[in-house]
Design a protein around this ligand. Sequence first.
Ligand SMILES: Cc1cc2nc3c(=O)[nH]c(=O)nc-3n(C[C@H](O)[C@H](O)[C@H](O)COP(=O)(O)O)c2cc1C
Length: 322
Amino acid sequence: MDLRSKYLGLELENPFVPSSTPLSRSLASARQLEDAGAGALVMHSLFQEEIEANRAVDRDNIGAGDIFGGTRALATREEYLEQFKQLRAALGIPVIPSLNGSSRGDWVAFAAELEAAGAPALELNVYYIAADITEPADAVEQRVLDIFRAVAERVSVPIGVKLSPYFSSVGKLVTTLEASGAAGVSLFNRFYQPNIDLETLSITDSLELSSPADALLAMRWIAILHGRVALSLAATGGIHFAEDALKMLVCGADVTHLGSTLLANGPNQLSRIRNSTVKWLAGKGYESLSQIRGSLSQINCADPGAFARGHYLRMLSDYKVR
Ligand SMILES: Cc1cc2nc3c(=O)[nH]c(=O)nc-3n(C[C@H](O)[C@H](O)[C@H](O)COP(=O)(O)O)c2cc1C
């Protein structure tokens, strides 16, 4: 089965790409992901805060064990660069570093160091909570564009931008990013919500892994964008099984990013997803993934309203009260 997929200008063997998670912190798990058949690997992020803190580093005391150590302290740019170089040297698949920030600043210059170290592409995650209630919507969008342009000015490798779903017009932001030179978007960032512990009346942070229901939001937007933009579309969020990945692909995703499912089930879940995808495609008589990619996107499906208000009206009016 021909699963070849193009992503951020890279030719991948398949569209199953481990998303940015701690699995890339360990050389062993990164190798397992490659052995399981990953098409590429997105690294865990280096955060703006980490670059800006730029903790002084005692190079003599950093060995490979420390660089891929399990404990999570603030990473330095040197450590991240070293991790990238080691992953790149150890793996045959493209390794895509990830920068993660929320405002413009000198930190973006680090992108050039990653490019110089051989990064074939970069992921830029703009994770920003618009908590200033006086900040207008266009300023929030401009922030994303400004950060992207600041990074893009410093590198020539393709950049994929990981976005949140919380924009008035996701489509317009994506087309503006494309016009500004973005090579792709990853839809969507998952915002982790703080919770309350009623016993102690305090705010708690707990990271819940996703479930397949979380995939539907990105699926709709991938379907709306496919065929209307030329940049790469990566689906991220809630892809746990081959069915979830296939749905994203028929809606038009170029690649599917896998996070929670690999953390919950181990790297080998990727090969299960891949094998089941191949089985499904072969069972339907297809020879290549490209035959189904985007076949149910909004511009290709018989019922474009299914991705817009029509679906909403139908669902509400068809609901049967028990
Ligand atoms: C433990 C954990 C760590 C993550 N670290 C990062 C990160 O460093 N940078 C980033 O852009 N996304 C990060 N993510 C988000 C994932 O890359 C992914 O976009 C998100 O989990 C949704 O996909 P999923 O439903 O497949 O998990 C992390 C997710 C988890 C669960």
